[in-house]
Design a binder for this molecule. Structure first.
Ligand SMILES: CC(C)(COP(=O)(O)OP(=O)(O)OC[C@H]1O[C@@H](n2cnc3c(N)ncnc32)[C@H](O)[C@@H]1OP(=O)(O)O)[C@@H](O)C(=O)NCCC(=O)NCCS
Length: 190
């Protein structure tokens, strides 16, 4: 995980990238209370696609996991709304060498979902991953019935690579997933 950029709340230097409406920055331990409150309020939106931390202890475990491995946890924030959190995009299992790849995990929150913030935020993440981070490929593993998530990645030029039965344990069961991926050369701009 990246270290938090040293900055006051009043300036932009904590952001890794900023678009017209949203900005992305590294998640920090200080985000725990707001993040878990938003997750708790988003149970219906996230079920059965995602299982995120709902408690302080769960958030600490989440950050421990991000910090102890080749992962990067990013938040999609609203600079014009006091840096409020609209969603998150994680780059998991970043592999370097000849692969230069990572697996995405992402979610919006119920109070701000469906307004295009994740579309813009994911675009910033792709710019950052294929630019400063130097990655070449990003994959997103998505359950076949998850229409909003499939729409989101299609919009950014991801293509369907394959089907992985019993791929991830989410919400009490091993769930089948489709594997969608985009390379730096393929990416589309929405
Ligand atoms: C997937 C998710 C992050 C999208 O967030 P969002 O706030 O709706 O994103 P946006 O408003 O930027 O919209 C993204 C795309 O999804 C589409 N979309 C949103 N809700 C939709 C719905 N109910 N059905 C079909 N498409 C939908 C939007 O139209 C948009 O596509 P477009 O650009 O072609 O118009 C959100 O639905 C979510 O958090 N879902 C639960 C968690 C999850 O599934 N995470 C991913 C696991 S793989």
């Amino acid at each position: 995980m990246l270290d938090r950029h040293e900055a006051s709340d009043a300036d932009d230097s904590r952001y890794l990238a900023r678009g017209p409406r949203v900005a992305i920055r590294a998640v920090t331990r200080e985000d725990g209370a707001e993040f878990t409150r938003l997750v708790r309020a988003s149970a219906e939106l996230h079920h059965p696609w995602l299982s995120m931390a709902t408690t302080d202890a769960g958030f600490a475990t989440y950050l421990d996991r991000l910090e102890s491995g080749p992962h990067l946890g990013l938040l999609v924030c609203l600079p014009e709304a006091g840096d409020g959190i609209a969603g998150f995009v994680n780059l998991n299992n970043i592999v370097r060498g000849g692969f230069q790849s990572a697996a995405l995990g992402y979610g919006a929150f119920a109070s701000t979902a469906g307004r295009g913030y994740l579309r813009e935020g994911l675009g910033l993440v792709l710019d950052y991953a294929f630019g400063p981070l130097g990655l070449h490929r990003l994959e997103a593993n998505i359950q076949p019935g998850n229409a909003p998530s499939i729409a989101l990645v299609k919009r950014h030029g991801f293509r369907l690579e394959g089907f992985s039965p019993d791929f991830l344990f989410i919400d009490g069961a091993w769930r089948d997933h489709e594997r969608w991926a985009v390379t730096a050369e393929m990416r589309a701009r929405p």
